[in-house]
Write a protein that binds this ligand. Structure first.
Ligand code: ATR
Length: 285
């Protein structure tokens, strides 16, 4: 009976977070399910921090084949898994779950999503000499800093609380930590500036960054995508810099999970981007 139902409805995947109503992941996976004409679903599941342990423990018997994990549950998902991929292990956080041989497995696709987006939107971004400057030292910075180190870049981590930046570089044994005052000096020979802080996000203050010292050929990226054009991206465009916004990272990090749960490797197309972009713009009012 259960098998019959599976055949009719296909694999079920989820995104779990708290809150999760704002997530664009159901739109992305729903687009791909329709594009490939696959039976299956991708559902939002709101789980409070107090209940995430139970949710994860019950997942193998829940009927879900896997799912995505967003804030604030990425560390809990990592801890609950029986097996973890190499990147999740390095980051200590998971954003993708799946079942294998009855065991809960955890992976992290944020870093490869970040790199895939830069590779697709700004070919040659890592060819130039010079350092990458990362603003922020939270969970999002962890993925970005590791991604940049994995490409052999010299990474400067700039954070309001410098001790968090120091912890981050110590974790990976690479990069250097600075406080915000060092930023003008660091920008002078930077090839890439990435904002991973919540600064510039809808309802938050703008990142206080003067781009004047940044060389003209540098790239500027923001992982914030609400709004699509953050004050930092707007200033970079006005200054003639090449820019990469945050929406592409969201789209690219979704690819490996979809392939695991539904068996087809999807593409990040211009049509998909336009669909999600329209939804973000509508949400911005
Ligand atoms: P996430 O997991 O989304 O990265 P986080 O761990 O709360 O979230 O990290 C948020 C980042 O934004 C941190 O680098 C934080 O700086 P601190 O470590 O000093 O808190 C940064 N941030 C948030 N608000 C900021 C502000 N007003 N000025 C400077 N940095 C800010």
């Amino acid at each position: 009976m259960a098998e019959l139902q599976f055949q009719r409805t296909g694999p079920r995947a989820f995104i779990v977070g708290w809150p999760v109503a704002h997530s664009r992941s159901p739109l992305i996976h729903g687009y791909w399910l329709k594009q490939f004409d696959l039976a299956g679903s991708y559902e939002r599941v709101a789980v409070a921090p107090a209940d995430i342990g139970t949710f994860l423990a019950e997942m193998p018997a829940s009927g879900f084949v896997g799912g995505n994990v967003t804030v604030p549950h990425k560390e809990a998902a990592f801890a609950a898994a029986s097996r973890r991929d190499a990147v999740a292990t390095l980051l200590g956080a998971a954003n993708t779950l799946w079942m294998e041989g009855g065991q809960l497995c955890a992976g992290n696709t944020d870093a490869i999503g970040f790199l895939a987006n830069l590779d697709a939107s700004a070919p040659g971004w890592d060819a130039a000499d010079g350092r990458a400057v990362v603003l922020g030292a939270g969970g999002a910075a962890r993925s970005v800093v590791w991604a940049l180190l994995s490409r052999g870049l010299d990474v400067a981590v700039v954070n309001r609380t410098v001790s968090r930046a120091e912890e981050l570089v110590a974790r990976f044994g690479g990069g250097r930590a600075y406080d915000w005052d060092a930023l003008p000096g660091l920008l002078g020979d930077a090839g890439l500036l990435v904002n991973t802080t919540s600064l510039g996000m809808h309802g938050h203050a703008a990142a206080p960054v003067d781009l004047a010292p940044l060389p003209g050929e540098a790239f500027v990226s923001d992982i914030v995508y609400v709004p699509l054009e953050t004050p930092l991206i707007a200033a970079a465009r006005a200054g003639g810099y090449r820019t990469v916004d945050g929406l592409g990272m969201l789209l690219h990090q979704a690819v490996p999970g979809f392939e695991r749960w539904f068996g087809v490797r999807p593409q990040v197309t211009a049509e998909l981007r336009a669909l999600v972009e329209a939804d973000v713009r509508a949400g911005q009012g």
